[in-house]
Design a protein around this ligand. Structure first.
Ligand code: SF4
Length: 432
């Protein structure tokens, strides 16, 4: 008896030609986890990562000429035109291929990504649940699509509410299917040879802060959900990392939001005599327990980042905390041997050049390094119709370089000088 041929998916991670994207690990976590979802459905999956695969039009046509049943586009808002170009090409080369979009793009401009030439956009609930429901649907088992908006060519009744999955059911990245050597070479090219090699794994989803410009609360929910500590350590052990060279990025919106979990992680790390280094992004408010920070430092924690966003010289208050709280986090991390980075949004509403200089003075006094991103008002795009969006230069909405010279009192030369001097890169879900 001949076996039924497997269905084929192609997973495409986009990047604009002019984009500076040093965060392959951040993206790698989603790519690796998505491959796992697809292969668990017994589909085949090719991956095309624009950052590392040397993409050309010929390459895309070649992949589409394999007539995949589904193309999944991992897209940001600023990829909109490129995503559309790739989707239109797909319509020509392989008209029966369905096109599904996920990532920050479909969170902030769902109308754009769920209209022709796209078929489906992930808009709510966990993306794994959404992808899984689309695969099941394409396997012929008609069901509501979980948190997916279907374009008008499909039955509107297909679109169902999003689902938040139990953490035990979240996929782990299929490292064997990721181009780790290419990532490593890319990291060396972008950051130099001394930069640590990294892998990333989702340990927690959800953020209660609900910052308007950040998609984390919509994409992951407002409450913190965490994987079981032993399951994560089992997975890390199974990767056979070269511990001396590698860092594991524990992907979370607010890593220290659950102090009991952090304590358990540290205890189990030491009980198992593990030696890998780890890092993550958290908030200043949750990074105040000196004993816990010390314990983390003694249990492999090497680097943390906190979202400062903005501090006004006049008010001496950061967006999310007092400056005293930031200072106490810096002091506690220094005692624990943890390097702490402050994530700052350049061009934050009302921010002046003098505020930025003040933030730099404070950080220098505390011994903390800073990483800038542009304050990017993605949330202002949500309510726009596709007609209105067609008047917006969406390719400017790259969070690493967005600057609005009409609204900001800052000189553009000042903005770009700061952005260009950014140090090593952290990859928070939103601003951090
Ligand atoms: S910016 Fe940071 S704190 Fe705010 S919602 Fe996003 S992840 Fe949470």
């Amino acid at each position: 008896m001949t076996e039924k041929p497997k269905k084929k998916a192609v997973l495409v991670a986009l990047r604009n030609a002019l984009e500076h994207n040093p965060a392959v690990v951040y993206k790698g976590v989603f790519i690796g986890e998505t491959i796992d979802v697809i292969e668990r459905h017994d589909w085949m999956c090719d991956v095309l990562d624009f950052d590392v695969d040397g993409v050309s039009l010929t390459k895309i046509i070649e992949i589409l000429s394999g007539y995949p049943d589904l193309m999944l586009l991992w897209a940001e808002v600023h990829h909109a035109q490129l995503a559309k170009q790739v989707a239109l090409l797909c319509r020509e080369v392989s008209p029966d291929t369905r096109i599904f979009v996920f990532g920050r793009g479909s969170t902030f401009i769902p109308r754009f990504y769920s209209a022709h030439p796209f078929d489906y956009a992930h808009v709510s609930g966990d993306r794994e649940a959404a992808i899984s429901s689309v695969l099941t649907h394409l396997d012929g088992q008609r069901q509501r699509l979980a948190g997916v908006r279907a374009s008008e060519v499909h039955d509107p009744a297909l679109s169902g509410p999003g689902e938040w999955m139990e953490a035990a059911k979240w996929p782990y990245p299929r490292l064997s299917r990721l181009p780790l050597e290419k990532y490593s070479a890319f990291t060396e090219l972008v950051h130099g040879t001394n930069y640590s090699k990294r892998i990333a794994v989702t340990v927690s989803k959800g953020c209660s802060w609900g910052c308007a410009y950040c998609g984390a609360t919509e994409q992951e929910g407002a409450s913190d959900r965490r994987r079981d500590v032993s399951s994560i350590l089992d997975w890390i052990q199974s990767t056979e990392l070269s511990c001396c060279e590698s860092l594991v990025h524990l992907y979370a919106s607010d890593l220290f939001a659950d102090p009991i979990w952090i304590g358990q992680f540290c205890d189990m790390y030491r009980d198992r005599e593990m030696s890998f280094g780890w890092r993550g992004v958290t908030t200043t408010k949750t990074l105040q327990d000196e004993q816990l920070i010390l314990k983390a430092g003694h249990s492999g924690c090497k680097e943390l980042a906190i979202g400062i966003e903005h501090i006004s010289r006049q008010r001496n208050v950061s967006v999310k905390s007092s400056t005293d709280e930031i200072r106490s986090a810096v002091v506690a991390c220094a005692r624990a041997g943890i390097s702490l980075k402050g994530l700052v949004m350049l061009g934050y509403p009302g921010q002046t050049e003098d505020d930025v200089l003040y933030i730099e003075e404070l950080a220098a006094g505390w011994g903390m390094t800073i990483r800038y991103t542009g304050y990017t008002p993605l949330h202002r795009l949500r309510s726009k119709s596709n007609a209105d969006l067609s008047l917006v230069e969406l390719n400017r909405f790259d969070r690493r370089t967005y600057f609005d010279s009409e609204k900001s009192s800052m000189r553009s030369s000042f903005f770009y000088e700061k952005i260009s001097k950014n140090g090593g890169y952290f990859y928070p879900p939103g601003g951090g």
